[in-house]
Design a protein around this ligand. Sequence first.
Ligand code: UDX
Length: 456
Amino acid sequence: VITLPRLAFLGTGYLGATYAICFAELGYEVLGFDVDEAKISKLASGEVPFHEPGLDDLLRRNLASGRLRFVTTYEEIAVFADVHFICVGTPQRADGMGADLSYVESAVINLAPRLRRRALIVGKSTVPVGTADWVEELVAKHADPTLGVEVAWSPEFLQEGYAVEDVLRPNRIVCGVKSQWASERLRAAHKGVFDLAATEDRDVPVVMTDFATAELVKVAANAFLATKISFINAMAEVCEVAGADVTQLARAIGYDPRIGNRFLQAGLGFGGGCLPKDIRAFQARAQELGAGEALRFLHEVDLINTRRRFRVLTLAAELLGRPVGPAGPDLSGTSVAVLGATFKPHSDDVRDAPSLAVAAALAAAGAHVRVYDPQGMANARRAQPALDYAESMVAAVTDVSLVLVATEWPEFRNADPTLLGELVADRKVIDGRNCLDPRQWSRAGWSYRGMGRPPA
Ligand code: UDX
């Protein structure tokens, strides 16, 4: 019987909390650590500080089992764990491009000197390539050299809204290591994932590689996904002038297995805490390394993405019969319901959300804007306090002259256009996520505009 290593997760934000909870569920003894005492006391009392389907139940179950605890001192995790996962944030730097590594640094230099036996420190945070080497130097400087503490890098690929599934059933595990010992420890730290897969007759591919490759896998994957989304949004721009329908185009090219049909949803573009920040940090790092040209296209990916937000503004002006001057459209005297504030459904995250950015831009253009979101209201109010908020979809759309669906929550996708039509002042809808059925809405008397598809 292999005894499972004891695990610590440093940083109980979205990533670390999800991992800590899910690995306790897999049978490990786990400590979640954060310097933020409010966050830790919430988690310790069974409350997940963000919205993620399924996570609350797992948290409470594993707290009750005793396998999962949350602490605020480095001392406790140093004494407890065999493998320490660094899950702290790497926010965008104030200069707007590179990543701020101060939380990673602080976690490592506080943990390393307190270790009393051999341990593995595993980076999970998304970082610029080269960070693992630097962490190794920090460990060499701050840990007792006789212990043989080692570093590894294992990026994560979890998607908000599907995080539990992505952690318990990942489609691959990537490990950057420098020694046999580190590779074996890291495999042991994932044994629960492999065992679960075996009981379900699945395989979890493992890519054992060097530090730099492991670090790059993460940003390359996100750059590819962002590019795929911007590609289809670029096609949407062409469809708009050619009178074509990007949703049908996406369906048709997606049947080619070399292309694949996922992440080809044209609309308001990508947002969130990862894709926009990661493609910018990746460009900045490539520039530093002298390979800036190789990633110049990511600048274009970013531009295509933000252009979609302006497209909604001109569509709104068009539908409302308002002029578009050199400074943009004048929407004064109009009222718009924005349905959706989160960057995607099944999340309460409003970071870099296209929906909120458009809501703010509509308001700046003079429209009276009322926002409703099924889960993101508290975060939206904090991020955009000047906007008006409604407590329900019905309250949001009542008496407005335009409805914008900005996040494809099921509540909006499944809304009855006939019922909503009786509430609004004018039946005009912009489907910012191409998630409504144009025929159904136009049959109910609505002027429908999608993103990259002909008017209906
Ligand atoms: C992303 C990656 O998918 C994940 O692997 C990584 O670990 C973190 O970043 P996440 O930010 O949770 O995950 O969201 P994701 O589902 O990738 O969506 C990102 C954005 O792209 C959302 O705003 C979404 O609305 C948008 N999107 C996605 C599209 O506009 N079109 C699509 O076809 C897919």
